[in-house]
Design a binder for this molecule. Structure first.
Ligand code: NAD
Length: 264
């Protein structure tokens, strides 16, 4: 099976290193023939992103802090100058003050609530506004979410609230952009050890819990996420939009601790 993405090009936002969920998706898109551009946040990340992009045959790198609307405008102008149209965008971006990803949600500050909502939820809307103009024949937008949007996960706190807003945004955007043949979906990934995840209190415990209790009795990998990303960004999922697709070894369907799960 090759060439699912031949002739398609798009923007990957949120690649930090080779453990990023964005990397798992980008690799599979490249294997299937997609042309990729990458946006990164700030000079420091450029050094990490450039060699990874080069591995996937891309020298198209764009600096973009998604909390800055002028930076987003400039990024899409840069994209448009080289590629007048695109077929997909991957939004793999989230941020919150890690001091509030421990302890209680009730202690969330206004400043960090707004910051987390802005970077982790609104930025997807802001990206959709700009990407839409570059998708005259339609396209596919994909974001990344987590089960902490649906149920309480200790320490996920304000990020869970932002992911709930993100998931609902996926549904409203799907409705708004559907007439223009633009599909909007999210992958709800199980816990994976990445830079962003390391900011979440007791993350190792969350991973162990998922491994012992999910139907597949394992954690998922960025390759698992990449396969689902390929499906949602390719024409294989032409009839799918507004979907929150779980890639979590089935964890979201369980109602109680597995009988064979050890105590942790
Ligand atoms: P990561 O650290 O590799 O990626 C997070 C990215 O967000 C980084 O590239 C970072 O530069 C970018 N970012 C943060 N603030 C930004 C800003 N203002 N402007 C532009 N970029 C900014 O971690 P990851 O786990 O691959 O995270 C990607 C997405 O996947 C996030 O939305 C995360 O919430 C989601 N997710 C992760 C997991 C997990 O367990 N790792 C599970 C479900 C969902």
């Amino acid at each position: 099976m090759t060439g699912l993405m031949t002739g398609k090009r798009g923007l990957i936002m949120g690649l930090a290193n080779d453990r990023s969920l964005a990397w798992g998706i980008a690799k599979q898109l490249h294997e299937q023939g997609a042309e990729l551009a990458f946006s990164y946040q700030g000079e420091a990340l450029q050094k990490r992103v450039a060699p990874l992009a080069a591995d996937l045959g891309s020298d198209f790198l764009i600096d973009c802090d998604v909390s800055d609307m002028a930076a987003l405008d400039a990024a899409f102008e840069t994209l448009k100058a080289r590629w007048p149209t695109i077929d997909f965008v991957v939004h793999a971006i989230g941020f919150s003050d890690k001091n509030e990803l421990r302890g209680l949600y009730v202690d969330t500050s206004l400043d960090n609530f707004l910051l987390t909502m802005n970077i982790s939820a609104y930025s997807f809307v802001a990206v959709a506004q700009r990407a839409r103009a570059m998708m005259p024949e339609g396209g596919s937008l994909l974001t990344l979410t987590y089960y902490g949007a649906e149920k309480v996960i200790p320490h996920y706190n304000v990020m869970g609230v932002a992911k709930a807003a993100l998931e609902t945004s996926v549904k409203y955007l799907a409705m708004d952009l559907g007439p223009g043949k633009i599909r909007v979906n999210a992958i709800s990934a199980g816990p994976i050890k990445t830079l962003a995840a390391s900011g979440i209190g007791d993350f190792r415990y969350i991973m162990k819990w998922n491994e012992y209790n999910s139907p597949l009795r394992r954690n998922v990998t960025i390759e698992d996420v990449g396969g689902a990303g390929l499906y949602l960004l390719s024409d294989l999922s032409a009839g799918v939009t507004g979907e929150i697709h779980h890639v979590d070894a089935g964890y979201n369907v369980i109602g109680m601790k597995a009988e064979d799960a050890p105590d942790i």
